[in-house]
Design a protein around this ligand. Structure first.
Ligand SMILES: C[S@@+](CC[C@H](N)C(=O)[O-])C[C@H]1O[C@@H](n2cnc3c(N)ncnc32)[C@H](O)[C@@H]1O
Length: 234
């Protein structure tokens, strides 16, 4: 019997597209426009997404990690469609993110570490272990990007709407993949508590004019600003 995301890998992308009307892909691809040629980019829990392919096309040096071999082979298929599969600057790593981040050759190596809908697969204890490891693998001016469900915000009717929208897939994926149940994460708060990174900006991605998805960016640099992204600030 396949375990975890192996079980859902072949259906994951079309389900995500249908459920979010394309907002999940927009959220996880938002950082691509800011990548520069030669940037070293690490994707964790990449799933079947095409960000590694898009980043490689922009001249970045990409490492994409996932524990699920089927997910990785689907991401390689996406790279083939963009004509970059086999590119010398595109590396696929099948394995557990915790073990990989602890390797000495990953220390202080990356201009970008991107976690697209990845950190929510962990309980709070594991996440608290993972966040400092992520920080250790960034270069001095490197950036951490977390794309995920937006934390609860706004007036109570909006919060209720968020809860109603987020809860069914969280329950379903919990049952299918074994993801632990936990409260929705407030990444800016968690990152501030567990690392030396600063929250630099948040870009929101709406469905029905509601900011349901967010891309949070963190770095070691000074001057925190909140950027409303493509939708109004809640
Ligand atoms: C919710 S999916 C997100 C997939 C994709 N990044 C997206 O944005 O839709 C989580 C992904 O993390 C991978 N994953 C889960 N635990 C992992 C671990 N410990 N190390 C590496 N990958 C892991 C799963 O195989 C799955 O592809």
């Amino acid at each position: 019997m396949p375990l975890g995301y192996e079980r859902v890998a072949r259906h994951y992308e079309w389900l995500a597209k249908l459920y979010s009307l394309g907002a999940i892909a927009q959220t996880r691809e938002a950082h691509i426009q800011d990548l520069k040629e030669g940037d070293k980019v690490l994707y964790l829990g990449i799933g079947a997404s095409r960000e590694p392919a898009l980043a490689t096309s922009r001249g970045a040096q990409v490492t994409a990690v996932d524990k699920s071999p089927t997910m990785l082979s689907l991401a390689q298929g996406a790279a083939a469609k963009e004509n970059v599969e086999g590119h010398r600057d595109l590396r696929w790593v099948e394995g557990d993110a915790f073990e990989i981040l602890e390797r000495s050759d990953y220390r202080s190596q990356f201009d970008w570490i991107v976690c697209p809908f990845f950190l929510n697969v962990f309980n709070e204890r594991s996440l608290n272990r993972l966040l400092p490891l992520l920080t250790d693998c960034l270069k001095k001016h490197g950036r951490l990007v977390i794309a995920d469900y937006a934390h609860y915000h706004g007036q109570w009717p909006h919060r209720v709407f968020q809860w109603l929208y987020y809860t069914p897939p969280r329950l379903l994926f919990g049952l299918l993949t074994g993801n632990p149940w936990h409260p929705l994460y407030d990444y800016p708060t968690l990152v501030r508590q567990k690392t030396s990174l600063e929250h630099k900006k948040t870009s929101f991605f709406p469905i029905l004019r509601s900011n349901l998805y967010a891309s949070y960016e963190f770095s070691l640099a000074q001057n925190t600003t909140i950027h409303p992204g493509q939708a109004s600030q809640p």
